[in-house]
Ligand binder design. Sequence first.
Ligand code: PEP
Ligand code: MG
Length: 754
Amino acid sequence: MANTGVAIRGQRSLLKQIREALAGGGPAQARLDMVVRIIARSMVAEVCSLYMRRSAGEMELFATEGLDPGAVHLTRMKRGEGLIGEIMRLGRPLNLADAPEHPAFSYRPETGEDPFHAFLGVPLLRGGRAIGVLVVQNRTERVYTEDEVEDLQIVAMVLAEMMAGGELISLGELAGVEIAPRKPERMKGSKFGDGLAYGVAVLHEPPVTPSQLLAEDVVAEEERLKTAVTALQAQIDTMLEGQHGLVDASYEVLETYRMFAHDRGWNRSLEDAVHNGLTAEAAVERVRSEHRARLGQARDPYLRERLHDLEDLNDRLLRHLSGDGHVARELPDNAILIARNLGPADLLEYDRKKLRGLLLEEGSAASHAAIVARALDIPCVGRISNLRDRVSEGDMVIVDAETGEAYLRPRPDVVKAIQARIDVRRQRREEFAKLRDTPAFTRDGAKITLLMNAGLDVDLDILAETGAEGIGLFRTEFQFMVAEEMPRFNAQAALYERVMDAAGDRPVTFRTLDLGGDKVLPYLEAEREENPALGWRAIRMGLDRPALLRLQLRALLAAARGRPLRVMFPLVASVDEFRAARALVDTEVAWALRRGRAAPARLDVGAMIEAPSLIWHLDALLPMTDFVSVGTNDLMQYMFAADRGNPRVSDRYDFLSPPALRALQQIQLACAETGTPVSVCGEMAGRPLEAFTLVALGFERLSMPPAGIGPVKQMVLSCDREAARRGVSALLKGSAGSVRNEIETLARKIYLAV
Ligand code: PEP
Ligand code: MG
């Protein structure tokens, strides 16, 4: 039930009294004693006690009104012991008419609590962590009302935030109390973007600060909440009707969202919290903390998933409350961003010069955030469970994207070791930089062309730094992925023109939109698919929606302004698709010519080889193309039937294995026979050992993430291609599932720098 007006006034005046009492200053213990006294009086309780969690997990009585004051700082409960331990474990209130009857009750004679029967305890929650417990007790057997439970929870939230903000007692006086984790921790995740970084944690979604907790005007705040909830419900209903076709969330997830968004329990918890004097943001935070504490420990994966849905919903609601206005945040010089997950545009909102690293609780290496992080050359580790509960704003953290780990509050020796590794990397970078203008010839004189993969404006600055000879893969869909709405003709043409201008004489291969699969757009309607990676994506979408593809081709032709143009199509799976796509290019060229526009000085149209089917139809395909590029990320995903975005299966098969290498060899041979220029543009081209293998197989054009150019060039310069060819071809026939070790041995034998 919603609280009565009297309760609201009581509640607000209680919080006000606490604030006033604290404003008076004085020793910490006296302030705490005063707080529990005020709560006891206001709630007509004979006892009010505050327990705080020590670092070892023990709960210590910190202040009491009504129990024996001699027990303060003496009474300690072991982790999980007694009713206090039970509340910590469950992360939710315990409301008992007769506490001693409860099986978990643990009798402590020193407290003198014998005569008290009625018991209400609520956790002090911060994020998903219980940091303490607030208890009221009465002599008579009674169950506290819902309103009283709610009141005490709100007081507990305010106390938790005040404690954490050092407002209640100074943080120094709380030494030994675990307000936030303080010990060093090492957390395992997955590598999303290479590199190392050491810096200060910045939370992407910072918690509500104590100063934002209490609303000035409850009625106005209720109205704000109502408006935001209504907008949220409408948004989700619309998404479900498919009007905005949010394709990254499956239909079931959306339905769950809708269920939660309209859930009376959720809504009422929020309303009650605001009714009791919290701001709408603080109410969201309060209800969220409770859900996290409760569901976070659920073993059932289904329930844990629901927690994610609720988190999303809370984030959405907060966005509605903030009017969607993201305010650019001032970052420390060495910021490590901490987030559950990031949308494609989120990362770009931060100052790149100050952003050193990124840690994510969720995501996948193929997710937008990871792609953008790699493009920006920001070390990134993802899939670190419970990350946000273990790290606080301002903590020092290490991102070790070489091993896929994060170190929170690392010890000085760990920092020293990481600093040393960071220095080595810097030195290596400097060495690579020196090679920038050295052409990449193998020792036996084969020229290997090293190109860069790109997709964002930010990549253009990097092009000159890397010494890449051009852009072998420009992923045009990135512009679409980071935009709030569909980029129109002018925006597309402007980007392509900037890219060509920046590249100058160096060739740029533009890949037409590769959307669908793992690349989804919030504003582009798409139907739910069972297997998106095998579904309506890339060129399939382009051919079914020729208007979109033609607009893009038109923008490319306009941007070229008579300069040479290279265009390629993603995920071509049959020669008919290529034929149809190429015909669209011809149509657009004819259209431009009819309008008196300049045709490109030279037009090369190519296909990506990503669908295994093409390997057995190269004889038909190659004569139709001006060039091909092997997209090993997708080719291997389809060959091994292993989702590239799913860490459980994506590392299961090795690209350095006979089936993969034979397929690549077959492509290389067919291209050599027909004289078709071929490049490899999957991520493997940017890893020295893999690139070495590609060179051994005869590939001479490699396109890779910018960070790969230096190491790969160093490898090329030290490589004897003929020796490599002999060594690798002997391994193609092996019966092993992987020949990585053998290739490593071979590389060492020929003194290769890999
Ligand atoms: C690939 O599939 O290898 C590729 C280069 O394209 P993308 O990673 O963009 O799918
Ligand atoms: Mg691909």
